[in-house]
Design a protein around this ligand. Structure first.
Ligand code: UDP
Ligand code: MG
Length: 218
């Protein structure tokens, strides 16, 4: 039997980039043999045309499905909703704006097939960000790596492949004030790093501001 991989995509007001996202992902997964892929969108209370696009994609491609949240809960909760509904041997978490290059998927899958349980993307550089944001990130990771009781991966986000064992562990943690990045470290399991360059947003604008980032940091 083929191994199954579910790509979980939290999306909040991503109408302008979602079709392109789907096409880029499809062209990658269509060329990976030996795995059956699904794409599970999580509509996080969008008020633009995001849900309509998800519906259309789902009608035209049996591998596509979506979860529609009743309001905007934030990316952390949207990711958990995705993990709750994914039924696959592995899950890949990806942003909807193509900042996480789909072309990394074959490498993620390769390391997973070698036995790694958590294959995560690590940003090569933050040169694209403002001085203030880079400074904030430095201070944040300085404090976090000293305060945390488990090893913390620096400059690593949610873009990753998780074996179903990791997914099961994360699903047991039901807190609503989620810090998913920390949870990935906390659950353990064998980890493998893949370096990548963050791409500019395909369309639309960031949903994060300094206030939200500060809240997440706290
Ligand atoms: N997102 C979400 N709910 C939110 C905010 C963001 O599902 O309340 C999604 C968003 O649509 C994107 C991903 O989370 O797919 C990352 O968000 P964004 O690109 O705005 O963050 P940045 O890349 O600027 O850190
Ligand atoms: Mg983004």
């Amino acid at each position: 039997m083929k191994q199954s991989v579910c790509i979980v995509v939290p999306a909040y007001n991503e109408q302008d980039g979602l079709q392109l996202f789907y096409e880029r992902v499809r062209s990658v997964i269509d060329n990976i043999e030996g795995c059956a892929f699904e794409i599970l969108f999580v509509n996080d209370g969008s008020y633009d045309g995001t849900l309509e696009i998800m519906r259309r994609l789902q009608v035209n491609d049996a591998r596509v499905s979506y979860v529609d949240l009743s309001r905007n809960f934030g990316k952390e909760a949207a990711m958990l909703a995705g993990l709750d509904h994914a039924e696959a041997d592995a899950v890949i978490i990806m942003d909807a704006d193509l900042q996480n290059p789909p072309e990394l998927i074959p490498e993620f899958v390769k390391y997973w097939q070698q036995g790694y349980k958590d294959v995560y993307g690590k940003r090569k550089s933050r040169a694209d960000e403002s001085f203030l944001k880079r400074l904030g990130t430095k201070v944040y990771y300085f404090l976090l790596t000293r305060l945390a009781h488990v090893p913390v991966q620096v400059n690593v986000g949610d873009f990753r492949l998780l074996d179903s064992k990791c997914v099961a562990a994360l699903k047991q943690m039901r807190e609503t004030q989620r810090y998913t990045k920390g949870m990935f470290s906390w659950i353990g399991y064998s980890k493998k790093e893949v370096l990548f360059e963050v791409a500019p947003r395909a369309a639309g604008t960031t949903k994060w501001n300094y206030a939200k980032l500060f809240n997440l940091a706290i």
